[in-house]
Design a binder for this molecule. Structure first.
Ligand SMILES: [Ca+2]
Ligand SMILES: [Ca+2]
Ligand SMILES: [Ca+2]
Ligand SMILES: [Ca+2]
Length: 309
């Protein structure tokens, strides 16, 4: 669960640093970089990595019966001098990142490798996913490994991880093995390579992860819970991305209420903070959800998001 814990720590760090602070006694142990400086350095590191490393694509293309379907990375050198670099296999997606309001949003490129797509379907960024994974730095140092399948909400982990998982498809299963264990087959297998601001950015919460580290995760997507509703307010998480930008953590209708500062709508059972639960505000007297969601005063804002309705 280290992945989740660190994510929340990062949120708190960002929350603190984005508060105005004119205190001259501030002490920092790491030289502070701007987001614009960091992305230039990170992109250079990642480009170099993608051009100088390859994965066991030949095994994925022609798997023998003993192949374990694990991604193995090595450098292009010596006996492997003729291998095709990762750069020729990866795809990319662009994510807007905001660390401080002053700096605003800066586009970041997330690279991802789909080594095996998977036979199922893809989760949304709001869903709980059942995964195994291994996280490492570009020098190969492994800092976290979830070899036992683990459930993560894809918006509750570092963004580069969640946005990589949604590029994979689930497998078939669970398949009963007859000995009390279950297994999954034909699941998606991939890898993400991310700039630091899609990972842990300036926080140095683990001695193994220096500040401003680009990160790599190998990921198996076994299964996921479609239309996950984390706060059980009747609205699937993905529908709580009100601005539709694929980031559930920047939609917080009652952000002006101090107590709700860190609680985005997908984790908030009373989205407008008016004391009436969202579930009550979208349900009829029999407990059935009304669609479209009720808008009593007809101002275009549904009641559950309208504190003055
Ligand atoms: Ca919800
Ligand atoms: Ca959003
Ligand atoms: Ca909610
Ligand atoms: Ca409410």
């Amino acid at each position: 669960m280290q992945l989740k814990r660190i994510f929340y720590l990062l949120i708190i760090v960002i929350g603190i640093t984005s508060c105005k602070n004119d205190d001259d006694d501030d002490v920092t142990t790491v030289a502070v970089q701007t987001l614009a400086e960091t992305i230039v350095t990170d992109n250079a590191t990642i480009t170099d990595y993608l051009n100088t490393h390859f994965y066991n694509y030949e095994e994925f293309e022609n798997p023998d019966e003993n192949f374990d379907y694990k991604i193995v990375i090595d450098t292009i050198a010596g006996d492997n001098a003729n291998k095709t670099p990762l750069a020729d296999f990866v795809a990319s997606t662009t994510l807007a990142v905001q660390v401080t309001e002053e700096e605003g949003y800066v586009d970041h490129t997330l690279y991802y490798l789909v080594a095996r797509e998977g036979v199922g379907t893809s989760p949304t960024i709001g869903d709980d996913a059942f995964v195994t994974y291994e996280g490492s730095l570009v020098d190969g140092t492994v800092f976290d490994a979830g070899t036992t399948p683990t459930v993560f909400n894809l918006s509750g982990v570092v963004r580069g991880f969640g946005n990589g998982v949604i590029k994979l498809k689930s497998g078939t299963g669970p398949i009963e093995n007859g000995d009390g264990t279950v297994s999954y087959e034909d699941y998606g297998i991939g890898m993400v390579i991310m700039p630091s601001a899609l990972g842990y950015y300036s926080s140095s919460t683990s001695t193994l992860i220096p500040s401003y580290s680009p990160l790599i995760f190998k990921i198996d997507l076994l299964s996921y819970l479609a239309d996950t509703d984390s706060d059980e307010d009747g609205i699937p998480n993905i529908e709580e991305d009100l601005d539709g930008d694929g980031n559930l953590n920047n939609d917080n209708t009652d952000a002006d209420l101090e107590i709700s500062f860190f609680v985005a709508n997908y984790n908030d059972a009373d989205d407008d903070g008016d004391g009436d639960s969202t579930l009550e505000e979208i349900s009829d007297e029999n407990g059935n959800i009304i669609k479209p969601y009720p808008d009593t005063d007809g101002d275009g804002i549904p009641d559950y998001l309208d504190a003055d309705s």
